[in-house]
Each structure stands twice: as C-alpha cells, then as structure tokens.
Design a protein around this ligand. Structure first.
Ligand code: PEP
Length: 257
C-alpha cells in the first residue's frame, strides 16, 4: 500500500451470513473494540436486511456500511430487487459490484455490471468493483489480459470525476473461500497491472490515487504480507470478516505504520 497517494480500505463482505440480531451483536463488539483508525477506512458490506441495524449501531463510528448488490434501474417492476437510491437513503456508502459469485450464480454479464456501476455512481455510492481470473485463465497465462478486459467493460462511460469514487478489488476466483490465498507477489503483480490499465484509461493522477484491494482468503495471518505490497491498498474479506476478532486483527494490521 502507498498511503501517500491513496486510502487503505479494509472491507468485509458477509455474503449471505448473519441475521439482523447477529449483526447487532457483531457491530456493537466491533464499535467497542475498534482501535483509533487513522491509517485506513473500514467498510462492512452486509445483507440488505441487516443494513438498518448496522447503520444504526455504526453511525458515529469509523465504519461505513456497504451493500453487496443493487439493481441498475431507479425503480420499476423488478420484484425482489433493490435500487441504488434505496441504499443511499439508508445511509449506505459503498456497494460491491461484479463479485464473482454474482457473475457465476446470477449470470451477471459485463454489460449488467457496467450498468450497476453507473447506477451506484449516480446515486452517490462508492462502488467496489470486483475483477479476477479463474484457475484456467491463470494457468493459460491470460490473467492480465482478462482483467484488463473486465476493467474496460465495467468502467465504460465512467468519467474521471466519477472514477475518484470507484474502488477496485482484485479477487482471483481460485482464492475466494478456498484458503488458497494468492502469494503477495501474485497479488502485487495483478494490482500493479490494474493500476497500469487505469493509467491508460484515466491518466497517472487517477491511477495513483485509486484504492486497489486484494480479496481471496485474506485473513489475520496473511494480511500483513499482502498489504506490504506497494499496489495492494487494502482487502475485501469474506470468511475472516465474519469473526469480529479476526476482522479487528486485520484492521489493526492495516492501521500500522
Ligand atoms: C469474497 O467473497 O469477496 C472473499 C474474498 O471471500 P474470502 O475472504 O472468504 O475468500
């Protein structure tokens, strides 16, 4: 991470875990034990139904609440869906877009992801855009080309001004929920390549100031080495973010000098 130019962001992605009652317990504990975080921002991306409880408890803390998805239309006949404005109205600040589980299990195409990025930005939210290769792509040596394509597609039509609010999460699919964390070198290489793509798309200043997280089995023991990479500016954390003590340890690590 390079704090001179950009923010370190530690974000938890709870996926479909925890009820509203469990969220209250977690948020109280997190708030109560949170160190003075001067050097990183913290985000907790919870299921939709847990948002009010999380926002209420974390209101005056340094933890921002995020969502894990949205619908790209402002309103309409989309049964079961939630719009960006509905999230913003609940004081949600961030939203994960393009997570590989949404791409794989819910058929989200690059076009849909691009629409969701625009919807998030138009509502004043900060999208956390997930990109990452699968094992076959890594083995074939096409990781960087594939991620470059994903970035260009997802960010089509996003202005330089809007780009200041976008966070990128590099999440190799083979590392998510598997315990097979990318090595710090692998994470560092791809995050640097992502910054290279942003430089071509938006210029050096924006590329330098964009937060690029690593996600994929990051935990309290491997976070330090991953975060020591120059181009890794934080983490998007699934499993380890379900446990307050582990999540707090990762925050402590990111908060170190
Ligand atoms: C994720 O779902 O974004 C993730 C990184 O999960 P995990 O930390 O469990 O690999």
């Amino acid at each position: 991470m390079n704090r001179k130019y950009r923010k370190t962001i530690i974000a938890g992605n709870w996926k479909m875990h925890k009820t509203a009652s469990q969220t209250k317990v977690f948020a109280e504990r997190l708030k109560g034990a949170l160190p003075r975080v001067k050097r990183c921002s913290i985000v907790l991306c919870v299921p939709y139904v847990d948002i009010p409880a999380a926002v209420k408890i974390l209101k005056d803390s340094r933890v921002a609440v995020g969502a894990q998805n949205l619908h790209w239309e402002a309103s309409g006949p989309f049964t079961g869906e939630i719009s960006a404005a509905m999230l913003a109205d609940l004081d949600v600040k961030y939203v994960i877009i393009g997570h590989s589980e949404r791409r794989e299990y819910f058929g989200e195409s690059d076009l849909i992801i691009n629409k969701k990025i625009h919807a998030a930005l138009n509502a004043g939210l900060r999208p956390i855009l997930c990109v990452g290769e699968d094992l076959e792509q890594r083995d074939l040596g096409v990781t960087l080309e594939f991620i470059s394509y994903q970035l260009k597609a997802a960010l089509a039509g996003v202005s330089s001004e809007e780009m200041r609010r976008v966070v990128i999460a590099y999440e190799p699919i083979w590392a998510i929920g598997t315990g097979n964390t990318a090595t710090p070198e692998q994470a560092g290489e791809v995050c640097a390549a992502i910054r290279g793509v942003l430089r071509k798309l938006y210029g050096a200043r924006i590329a330098r100031s964009t937060t690029i997280q690593y996600g994929g089995s990051m935990n309290e023991t491997n976070a330090e080495a991953l975060l020591r990479q120059e181009d890794v500016d934080g983490g998007l954390i699934g499993t380890a973010a379900l446990d307050t003590e582990k999540f707090l340890q990762i925050i402590q690590t990111a908060n170190q000098d």
